[in-house]
Design a binder for this molecule. Structure first.
Ligand SMILES: [Zn+2]
Length: 94
């Protein structure tokens, strides 16, 4: 003969177990869903160098009395007008 109190305790434990099972399954499904979205997002190309925080090569005027920061495509200094050195020195040919 099982007492009613024991039956209620067992039933409550069973209900809690079922609830925990559903919560666990929901979290697993959510995790799998996020993993699928992340795997899809990783197929996109990596960001450009500028977006990674790498600053573009500024053409700083080499003369101490000027030292003006020119845009990377500048050939002559925008402040003193003197020619800026090549951004790529040592190209392999003397
Ligand atoms: Zn200059």
């Amino acid at each position: 003969m099982i007492e009613p109190g024991v039956t209620i305790l067992v039933g409550g434990a069973f209900l809690i177990g079922v609830l925990g099972f559903f919560v666990m399954m929901a979290s697993l499904l959510l995790r799998a869903f996020r993993w699928a979205i992340r795997s899809l997002a990783e197929t996109t190309p990596p960001p450009a160098a500028a977006e990674l925080g790498v600053p573009p090569a500024k053409r700083t005027c080499p003369y101490a009395d000027c030292a003006h920061d020119n845009p990377p495509a500048a050939i002559f200094c925008a402040r003193c007008g003197r020619r800026l050195p090549e951004p790529y020195d040592g190209g392999g040919h003397g």
